[in-house]
Design a protein around this ligand. Structure first.
Ligand SMILES: Cc1ncc(COP(=O)(O)O)c(C=O)c1O
Length: 213
């Protein structure tokens, strides 16, 4: 039998501590390893498969599209992209009316940082202590934990960190260069902390008052 773990250990960059299990199959919330052992999936691909593995409708749609057209650069219009972005706008709050499709969480954060700088003309960001926004250079600049940041410093300047759920500290840090306040509604990587509904309402009011995103 091929030793998949030895191959990964030899050739993959060691970014994640490994669990010593080789997964080969998934169905909804269940997973199987290469020895036939069955597991309940409590990670959901860190949120990526929160509708389950190999959902019949999703798998069928992917297979159908793969036989129809495999990609369509933004230089051309696409029937399926048009339908998707219209649906996203229909189901999100009324003030969200433009869509930027991307491939990962970090890429969406990079996009948000650039859109915020471009549309406000300002360069600073307020983020939370314990925050995690990804490992690319911009997303890392908005990430709190020194373990992730320090090996790659200097990062992008202008990111400030305040305690989560503390509106006074956010207010104190805001200045005329603040482009955006970047927050997770629920902190995950930082240890699973829920944001207070009231905190988010106040952040929203503050940002509207001061033309901050
Ligand atoms: C809150 C948050 N933002 C961004 C990211 C980065 O997402 P990705 O790994 O898809 O780049 C993560 C990843 O865990 C995350 O938890």
């Amino acid at each position: 039998m091929i030793d998949f773990q030895a191959i990964e250990d030899q050739y993959a960059l060691p970014l994640f501590p490994k669990r010593g299990i080789t997964l080969v199959k998934g169905k909804n919330a269940r997973l199987w390893d290469d020895k036939g052992n069955e597991y309940i999936d409590c990670m959901g691909g860190q949120g990526v498969v929160n509708i389950g593995h190999c959902n019949d409708k999703v798998a069928e749609a992917i297979a159908r599209q793969a036989q129809q057209l495999i990609t369509c650069t933004g230089s051309f219009y696409s029937d399926q992209r048009a339908l998707l972005i219209k649906k996203l706008v229909d189901i999100t709050p009324a003030n969200l009316n433009k869509v930027f499709l991307c491939n990962s969480g970090a890429e969406s954060v990079e996009g948000a940082i650039k859109f915020a700088r471009l549309s406000t003309g300002k360069t600073e960001f307020i983020c939370a202590m314990r925050s995690f926004h990804g490992r690319t250079m911009g997303a890392l600049s908005a990430t709190f934990n020194p373990k992730y940041r320090e090996p790659f410093e200097p990062l992008i300047p202008g990111f400030h960190f305040v305690p989560y759920n503390n509106i006074e500290k956010v207010e104190e840090k805001i200045n005329d260069k603040t482009a955006a306040v970047m927050l997770e509604m629920v902190q995950g990587e930082g240890g699973v902390h829920l944001g207070d509904a009231d905190f988010f309402k106040q952040i929203s009011r503050l940002c509207e008052e001061k033309n901050i995103l």
